[in-house]
Design a protein around this ligand. Sequence first.
Ligand code: ASP
Length: 327
Amino acid sequence: MKRRHLLSAAAASALAGVPLGARAQAYPTKPITVIVPFAAGGPTDALARILCQRMSEVLGQQLVVENVGGAGGTIGVAKAARATPDGYTLLFAHMGTLAVNIALYKQLPYDSQKDLEPVGLGGTNPMVLVVRKDLPARNLGEFVAYVKENQKKAQYGMAGIGAASHLGGLMLNSMMKVDVLEVPYKGTGPALNDLVSGQFDYMVDQAVNVLPQIQAGNIRALGVSTLKRLPQLPDVPTIDEAGLKGYEVTIWNGFFAPRGTSKEIVARLNQALVTALGDEKIRTRLTELAVEVPLPQEATPDALRSQLKASIDKWVPTVRAAGVKPQ
Ligand code: ASP
């Protein structure tokens, strides 16, 4: 037997003696890439970075965020789904890119239920209808009238087909019965900068992203997407109570691994996530940003699998019923 074969045989027999659990304990031995399918500075990116920082400490290796924006997040999700399933490439994405967009694309480059292993839920975040500071409408009623009157020139920002901001905007536009020009971005981080400088009229985006700019007075909030008002914006009505009855959109985000990632690695990552979610400092920070922090039983891989299925079952028919044509 050649020396090389001798070595690999020795390595194999050494590994064979090590129980699976102990082998997974060795993981991770190098930095882990976490693909965020939107531009830096937006809500998906912000949540990923808050959680990854603490998870890096727990795992003893850096979780490095890689922003792969474009096509409503589908480019980044496809990249993660095709990565080697060795625990060194993960995805942090939301229900837009994994569930809603099934109704919006004729052909998606992945099947979110088959090509990804759920790791755990990272948080759930309401959305807020925000408008440029100088938009004449002061409340939702005036806003609806304004958009109807200005349909030819009104514009709303969003992070591409199937993004959360697209879902928020298209449900709103469909209830207002308006057809408005959409301005696509690689993420709502860059979109928000343009809303602050008044380059388009409105956007529906996660509270994580827009709260600081609302609080600084750089944009105005006209409604929240949940059926309950947010403690951070007590004077802002829900969109439902302000007149568009039945409007309700909440966005969840979660960690996923490519299909084929071992159960041991998924369990190790999940344990790091649950530890991060239990950290008092992280909970306080996320709560300030209106993120609902999952309980440990809500953050299991199986719970995320069920959540994904429930979102597909709810949103695919809803979006189809809103009459949006897939492309
Ligand atoms: N959350 C945003 C959206 O889906 C994108 C982003 O995170 O930048 O609209």
